[in-house]
Design a protein around this ligand. Structure first.
Ligand code: G4P
Length: 542
């Protein structure tokens, strides 16, 4: 039977399991919750598969990934999704590794890159930045990195595809420093140039870790450890060159410093080849050893919720219309504190209303499994979450509210109009709700009027979702007229008059009252900015 509103009958589900306990603190300390940030094609899917291979996936790893049917994880919950053959479904892969429970949150990329991709970074404790050895830092990686930096998420860097010809390792370190202002601290250093990957120098011990190919990389690569003396004898020049390069870096202060990593100023760097499963175990070991476990989360009152406090969590993504038959809505909740047990009744901080969690699930791709228990760092999927919006807090016993997830800088803009006359009421209601849910940002200006709001998005897919839902859910099909803007900044009110009647620029106001200046491109922005009061423009994400 499908979950329905009737199941929100709270009397049958007393609040349970929320008491502070040392066990919860212990479970939290075992968690590592992270996302991979990368540009399309850097190897994120391959790395995800390799991680699942190296670890014991708690869910059905075979159903989740698997070389042959990778495209099979694409879900088909929406017609448009099927049409385009892309996945809108954000996924959470949970697996056990050593004594830890690892939660890998997917960051949708490619054509499904959207504000959700950024929001995922509000729900992780660390990020792995995957860099293609031949391409260096690419635009999407750069954007996602900036979001990590703004949110204080520490980043581990993996240079991937070292089995192929690519840039010089030192040149990649230089890119990290100059382009991202991020101090690299290699934990391993490649032995053999890109394209001739023998293994890595373990920077901490000076040992050589030799990688041996397994056919197709389908199984875990064999890593053999040799002392430096042995490696100098057997590997020769390639090893001594690696030693020299690393010594050079180390002499200029690139040794490992945990504080610098956790503060976001520096990044540990590993070299590997996801497709050959080289370096994947080192990444897992690094996550376990260095990535922070869930910790107390700041709340809106200036305090912090300790992980051992009663249950709390916040919604970082809503997936609507996944199942046409039931029009169900799935809210992804990152657990911040306490033990979550399925069936417990939690309180929705915004409304003070109870929310029953009988249908809590763990979610990966189209696979959904009933979830009975979760701890800080875990992600739960709540079915039938019609009352929840992105950023909402849920708690048990002790009240708490977490800061909302900030809105990010949109890069796509379009005027929305009701395509059918006489549906103005549905149009207004629908647009307002989509804005509140964070499907798109809704911007207004006096000049454009209430009938023609501007929808703004990080990725164009958000427009497709908005269009689909306006027609099928709110009964008001819309027409979208693209606007030629690509850059947005927050702007101070005193600068607004100067933005009137400027070509390639416009001022718009967001629902939360923030004024945005939008521009055709960065060059247009620079030329307009010269005429504005100093400091009138500021970046939006954070
Ligand atoms: P993405 O999710 O980041 O978009 O990247 P994905 O894993 O799909 O990888 C993109 C391409 O790069 C794939 O090749 C994949 O096999 C390849 N790749 C990933 N990691 C490595 C690596 O370490 N070394 C090398 N040489 N290649 C790597 P494809 O031809 O597009 O697909 P496929 O047919 O090989 O699956």
């Amino acid at each position: 039977a499908s979950p329905t509103e009737r199941d929100l009958d709270t009397t049958r589900h007393p609040t349970t399991g929320g008491t502070a306990s040392p066990e919860v603190a212990e479970q939290a300390a075992r968690r590592r919750t992270f996302a991979v940030i990368s540009h399309p094609d850097a190897g994120k899917s391959t790395l995800t598969e390799a991680l699942a291979l190296h670890a014991h996936a708690i869910g059905e790893a075979g159903a989740v990934h698997g070389k042959g049917n990778r495209r099979g994880v694409v879900s088909d919950w929406m017609e448009m999704e099927r049409d385009r053959g892309i996945s809108i479904t954000s996924a959470v892969l949970q697996f056990a590794y050593a004594e830890t429970v690892v939660n890998l949150l997917d960051t949708p990329g490619h054509a499904d890159f959207s504000e959700d991709t950024y929001r995922v970074l509000a729900a992780v404790d660390a990020a792995v930045m995957l860099v293609d050895a031949a391409k260096g830092i690419e635009p999407q990686t750069h954007k996602l990195f900036e979001v990590c930096r703004a949110r204080g998420v520490p980043v581990i860097t993996v240079v991937n595809k070292w089995d192929r010809p690519g840039l010089d390792a030192l040149a990649i370190m230089d890119e990290l420093t100059t382009r991202l202002d991020l101090h690299p601290m290699p934990l391993t250093w490649p032995v053999g140039v890109a394209g001739d990957f023998r293994g890595v120098l373990d920077c901490a011990t000076g040992d050589f870790v030799e990688f041996t190919r397994t056919p197709g990389g389908a199984t875990e690569a064999i890593a053999t450890r040799w002392s430096a003396d042995e490696a100098r004898r057997t590997v020769g020049d390639a090893f001594t060159q690696a030693e020299e390069e690393y010594d050079l870096l180390n002499a200029s202060g690139h040794g490992f410093d945990l504080e610098l990593f956790l503060s976001g100023a520096a990044t540990p760097v590993l070299f590997g080849s996801a497709v050959l499963n080289f370096g994947v175990r080192q990444l897992l070991d690094t996550l376990v050893a260095l990535a922070p476990a869930p910790s107390a989360r700041a709340d809106v009152s200036g305090g912090a919720r300790e992980v051992s406090a009663p249950f709390s969590g916040f919604v970082f993504k809503i997936q609507a219309g996944m199942d046409k038959a039931h029009r169900d809505r799935l809210a992804f909740v990152r657990v911040c504190s306490g033990r979550f047990t399925r069936g417990m009744v939690v309180t929705h901080a915004d409304t003070g209303r109870p929310f029953a969690t009988k249908y809590a699930q763990s979610v990966f791709g189209r696979e959904r499994a009933t979830l009975d228990e979760a701890f800080p760092g875990d992600v739960i999927g709540l079915v039938n979450a019609n009352a929840l919006r992105v950023g909402d807090t849920l708690f048990a016993e002790e009240k708490v509210a977490f800061p909302r997830i900030p809105l990010f800088a949109p890069e796509h803009f379009a005027v929305a109009r009701a395509a059918v006359s006489g549906k103005q009421k549905q149009f207004r209601r629908g647009i307002e709700q989509l804005g509140e849910e964070g499907v798109v940002q809704v911007l207004h200006s006096d000049r454009r009027g209430a009938q023609a709001p501007v929808l703004a998005a990080v990725g164009p897919m958000q427009f497709d979702v908005a269009k689909h839902r306006m027609e099928h859910e709110f009964g008001s099909p819309i027409r979208l007229e693209p606007l030629p803007y690509s850059v947005a900044r927050a702007v101070t009110p005193d600068a607004l008059p100067q933005l009137e009647n400027r070509g390639g620029a416009e001022a718009l106001t967001r629902a939360d009252g923030v004024h945005l200046a939008v521009f055709a491109d960065k060059w247009r922005m620079s030329s307009v900015e010269r005429d504005l009061p100093a400091g009138a423009l500021s970046p939006i994400f954070g």
